[in-house]
Design a protein around this ligand. Sequence first.
Ligand SMILES: *Cc1c(COP(=O)(O)O)cnc(C)c1O
Ligand SMILES: [Zn+2]
Length: 411
Amino acid sequence: MGFMKALRCRECSREYPIEPVYVCEFCFGPLEVVYDYDAIKKALSREVITGRRKNLWRYRELLPIDGEPQAGLDSGFSPLVKAENLAEVLGVRELYIKDDTVMHPTLSFKDRVVSVALTKALEFGFDTVACASTGNLAHSVSALGARSGLNRFVFIPATLEQSKIVASIVYGPNLVAVDGNYDDVNRLCSEIANKYKWAFVNINIRPYYAEGSKTMGFEILEQLGWKAPGNVVIPCASGSLLTKIWKSFKEFKMLGLIDSLDTKVFAAQAAGCSPIAAAIKAGVEVIRPVKPDTIAKSLAIGNPADGFYATAAVKESGGWGEHVSDQEIIDAIKLLASTEGIFAETAGGVTLASAKKLIESGRIDRDSSTVVCITGNGLKTQEALAGHTGRVHHIKPNLASFEDVMKSIGR
Ligand SMILES: *Cc1c(COP(=O)(O)O)cnc(C)c1O
Ligand SMILES: [Zn+2]
């Protein structure tokens, strides 16, 4: 049996039963899962958690399922890398990369949320899952849904990178490319979700799906030795991941799994799509939608569903927001790869480049510990680096040709 009590409206606090609903009938506020924390406190301890297998389900009492996990059984518990080379370059004392480029079947943190969403969809009795995606969610629903034997309808903007399309269609979903940007896709999917009885992971299953993001936060705290970092830098698309990592930190504090919480949360976005960072910088609560234009397509949501709550979490924690240019994204991808051997997709470039700027501007204290959340693998967005990498040495198959190379590089 699970530990959920109900769904609750984030605006007016009206409660709803655990069903595939996501919006309050009275005020149109988003619904969120509420748990019986007293019962969880009795059931969950550091010892219980560390005795379990190293995947995202080791925190299952804090996830919205009733029975056994049914998807993503080997997903999660990705490395928290102590990034000493990068720390030296950036001039900070203690820096960590939470590396979600690995330990997931489709190589992004989206496998966390989809594992929870598919388990919940199966508990609700759905036979078809669907999603509106900027790319990585499409991979995850396509792949994990195949494993679970579910029918899949996956909706993407038609402008998505070719490699991202291949990495979805190979799993055999019904892949629908929509002429328009993500916000157009999302609007269409809301209409479709009203008509068809499907589990749309990020629409009618969203309250459950979103909880899966908390596992990234739980892992960070456990891997730091049951301690919270001084700062955490998180990429934002809809703003859900940031909101849920903050929630995960507060839950561990409330349950006594960490002793203190004094973490500043920072939102990272691309300059070509930064409605959340812009609101934080301007000190306003209202998110002004934008038309995305950035190479960071996985973060290209111009009208972010959780933008308001992400902004509130950043403010509550004493953090800040930052946005970076496409060139800064590319430079940061190369910096992470060449210092720590981690190849991130464009969203990772956004996060690291934002962290760098926040350190340089003094928003992040060089003497405190910082975790940078890298959410997807660079093999997914290789096009973004075309024309921006070092040159390949192309030679004839003889020693003289190779020695010309040695001379040219001054060796
Ligand atoms: C979806 C995604 C995010 C953030 O998504 P939210 O909608 O803000 O939760 C971050 N990084 C990558 C690589 C993603 O695919
Ligand atoms: Zn309400």
